[in-house]
Write a new protein. Structure first.
Length: 394
């Protein structure tokens, strides 16, 4: 993945990401009165925005920009006073059908669909079928700070390309747009160009059969829309905020005696100019079930366990973690997980949901609360196990 990484400096100033000097060359002169669809920036600041006629949307990384555009030749430099008059609308997400993405703290790889919806790739075999032998070279990392701009979608559980993928077949020069399980042919190179698609760079040769859809003859908003469905993330200048992670665990049925069951995954974002330290976290259990269904509840950051096992208080239904002492760098984010060990005697059919009700970092209570996870149901079976017996001399 290092081939795809570019050096850029991150400066959090009202959600502005400043790319490294020299990444783009500003057009000569300063223009005024941006119109809808313009790419804009101001003199002396290399951050580039997409303008939709009322708001500006920042490209948080060069890979994101290049997934939508081939170069910087159309970027318009406008007066600083004009730029500041346009409110921020959010961060642009990766264009569907271009790069696969992952977060730096989680090995799961995702395809991106319209509006920044993530579809997890459940196995290497599926990745090979959908994207070919070089699938792992299509992966780029998304910073923790921008992962919350994406939305969680269903996993890719069949050999069907996600919507937005551009494919062709061997011995066929026609490019197709995959749209919800059908293939729509581009009538000409002009139709590809009208929708800003670089098929040579991002297109895939496949042998998967699809039913035929309508022909694409010109620009279509569902294909070319840059900001449709963008989720505005919680980072603000000078604050601590939380949000559900894009890969927050889906509802599931869990066996008795299961260990390290994921119940909740959330992002903690630091919009301050200095690092913060998370000290206290409180999660609350709800649902028609007993607190005795749990042996232990833990707080993790990636593979690192941050706390000892805690019980769920039978009176308050809370698990309170103190002395967490994990750091969130300035202008950055981390992802935390709430995991639990289920008791051997957990009652069949009991239902549990965990919510994040409090998080304190460097004496500041985070905004964005309360975060509610998905529902988990206890199954009437025990998790399998392995017993190892000594045989001979150890």
């Amino acid at each position: 993945m290092s081939n795809f990484k570019k050096t850029f400096s991150v400066v959090v100033t009202v959600l502005t990401i400043v790319w490294s000097a020299g990444v783009l060359t500003a057009p000569a002169g300063v223009s005024a009165a941006a119109v809808s669809g313009d790419l804009i920036k101001m003199a002396g600041n290399s951050a580039v925005y997409y303008f939709d006629g009322s708001k500006r949307y920042v490209f948080p990384h060069q890979n994101v920009y290049m997934s939508w555009y081939n170069d910087f030749s159309t970027v318009k430099t406008i007066p600083a006073s004009e730029l500041s008059s346009y409110p921020l609308g959010g961060n642009v997400t990766m264009r569907p059908g271009t790069w696969l993405v992952k977060i730096t703290t989680d090995p799961t790889v995702y395809a991106v669909e319209t509006g920044g919806t993530l579809r997890s790739i459940v196995s290497e075999a599926r990745a090979l079928k959908l994207y070919g032998a070089n699938w792992n070279k299509k992966i780029v990392d998304v910073s923790d700070a921008f992962w919350f701009n994406y939305k969680s979608g269903s996993a890719l559980n069949s050999d069907v390309h996600p919507t937005g993928t551009i494919v062709k077949y061997t011995n066929d020069t026609t490019w197709y747009y995959i749209d919800n399980g059908t293939k729509k042919p581009f009538a000409s190179d002009a139709a590809l160009l009208a929708n800003g698609i670089n098929a040579t760079k991002y297109g895939i040769t496949t042998d998967i059969s699809y039913s035929n859809g309508s022909s694409i003859t010109g620009k279509e908003s569902t294909i070319s829309d840059i900001v449709g469905g963008i989720t505005v993330g919680p980072i603000v200048t000078g604050g601590v905020s939380v949000a559900l992670a894009a890969n927050n665990p889906a509802s599931a049925t869990i066996p008795q005696s299961a260990t390290s069951v994921p119940f909740l995954k959330f992002t903690v974002s630091n919009g301050n100019s200095t690092a913060i330290s998370i000290t206290n976290v409180t999660v609350h259990r709800t649902g028609p079930g007993s607190t005795s269904d749990f042996d232990n509840v833990y707080l993790f950051q990636g593979a690192a366990r941050l706390t000892s096992g805690h019980s769920v208080n039978s009176s308050t239904n809370d698990s309170v973690f103190t002395g967490v002492n994990t750091t969130v760098p300035a202008g950055s984010s981390i992802i935390l997980d709430v995991l639990a060990d289920m008791a051997a005697g957990a009652s069949t059919g009991d239902v549990h949901t965990f919510s994040l009700t409090s998080l304190v970092a460097s004496g500041v209570t985070a905004s964005g609360l309360t975060l509610i996870g998905n529902t988990m149901t206890v199954a009437g079976v025990d998790e399998g196990g392995i017993t190892i017996a000594k045989n001979g001399t150890v």
